[in-house]
Design a protein around this ligand. Sequence first.
Ligand SMILES: [Cu+2]
Length: 184
Amino acid sequence: MLSTSMFIIGGIIFLLYIFGLLYMINWANTTQNEDMIADKKTLKLKVNQIILINKYYIKMQKLKLNSVIIMFILIINSCSKSSTEPNVSEPKITTNTVTTTGLNFVPNILECTVGDTIFFNLGSTHNAIEVSEENYNQNNPIPLENGFQFDFGVSSYIIANEVKTYYYVCEPHLPQMKARIIVE
Ligand SMILES: [Cu+2]
């Protein structure tokens, strides 16, 4: 992935920068200490100079820190931008689930779109058999030809390939337990 490699490269550059910065700060401190020991005799004369150098040094450190922070923000920003770009080709995943509660399918009427996947999570005492509209109205659990049939306690799915209404029943719990899926 482009964003991952960018992040790794950015991270390496950032770490190198930090190490370089730490080395520079350490070097500046040691040389400054050495200078201070060596120039003890002329220290009083140089006090004003040292104060000025220290002020400049602190300013430089603040600038360095700011540049590090800015660089880090830029790296993070570039990475997050590339990862949040909307992927147009990504399919829209819509899921619909039918479960069982008591002697009911939930939801009783499921409305969905052509192409949707409908999951069934049936309780152990319930099955789901697709029937014709007529048999649905007459509470006859006669399976519809080429219809879906899910056994007791099954977890499975159907894909709604056409605009139609699925009528289905739970065989042992008719006439109460029946439901519909309306595909639009
Ligand atoms: Cu049932």
